[in-house]
Ligand binder design. Structure first.
Ligand SMILES: [Zn+2]
Length: 292
């Protein structure tokens, strides 16, 4: 199964503050040639290139970070979620600092940005990663698994012991539903009680009521929500962004339960390892000569 590779039609840019670093950066999406993949390009560091691939991951505690040597780009998941939702496979993402702007905390500003640029099909195809056997990862009450399907479907369940969140579940079918309408607008969220600890650890320095749903112990302090189940929808958004690091489109039915970036990341690793093992079976490396 193959789909056409795609890039953007023209350069477009967006600026803003980084959620964790508090640093302002400008991101420019630029057309890239077929087969080059999605790449972060540090404009402020001689154009150092960091492929948006699982192998580049350097951190996934509160957001997903990709890096190379000592250089990194943080909070890539919301932007990558929008990029792959458009079917884009080849793109240079120029950035002049260490973190993608959080903008409003969702992927909607990136959807509008890509809409403004337009998407251009390239005359080359990319093989889709089609899941043939179930893959599962369980860690206490957290789990994530994928089973074979003819299209990408994501089911995400969360259960937070908080009056404004509780149990929520979302079912998103990529082929039949709109990412822009159902998922892209869902914002990231954080708890007032964690802020001091996060800031002491150098995190959430750019976080505010303008770029995240903020909760105290009783409820949302900066409502209204955009969706009743905005929290679970945001988890779907995050997962799509983390799946982008596979480096090609994936088809399967994914069920996640109370997962997060750390589990997403290990899951993506497992999917890649399974796909490589299958490729190896189909095209075995030449047998080593034996001199015994
Ligand atoms: Zn997120």
């Amino acid at each position: 199964m193959f789909v056409q590779r795609k890039t953007v039609n023209t350069k477009v840019s967006i600026s803003g503050i980084g959620l964790h670093s508090g640093i302002y950066t400008k991101v420019e999406l630029r057309p890239a040639s077929a087969g080059s993949g999605i790449t972060f390009v540090r404009a402020d560091l001689d154009g150092l290139r960091i492929p948006a691939l699982q192998a580049s991951i350097t951190a996934f505690d509160y957001a997903t970070t990709v890096g190379r040597d000592d250089v990194s780009v943080g909070t890539v998941e919301h932007l990558l979620s929008a990029v792959v939702a458009f079917g884009i496979t080849d793109l240079d993402i120029q950035i002049d600092g260490p973190e993608v702007p959080i903008v409003d905390g969702s992927a909607l500003p990136f959807v509008h940005l890509i809409d403004a640029a337009g998407v251009r099909p390239l005359a080359v195809e990319v093989p889709v990663l089609r899941i043939k056997h179930p893959i599962e990862l369980v860690e206490g009450q957290k789990s994530i698994r994928v089973t074979p399907s003819n299209r990408l479907v994501i089911k995400y369940r969360i259960d937070f012991d908080h009056p404004a969140i509780g149990r929520q579940s979302v079912h998103f079918d990529f082929a039949h539903e709109s990412f822009a309408k159902k998922i892209a607008g869902a914002r990231t969220f954080g708890f007032v009680r964690d802020v001091e600890q996060l800031r002491a650890a150098g995190l959430a320095r750019g976080g505010s009521v303008d770029n995240a749903i903020v909760l105290d112990d009783r409820g949302v302090i900066n409502g209204p929500l955009r969706y009743r189940d905005e929290f679970a929808r945001h988890k779907v958004l995050d997962l799509i962004g983390d799946l982008a690091l596979i480096g090609r489109p994936i088809v399967g039915e994914i069920t996640a339960n109370r997962a997060g970036h750390a589990l997403h990341s290990r899951f993506v690793e497992k999917i890649i390892a399974a796909a490589e093992a299958e490729d190896e079976q189909r095209h075995p490396a030449m047998a080593q000569p034996s001199f015994a």
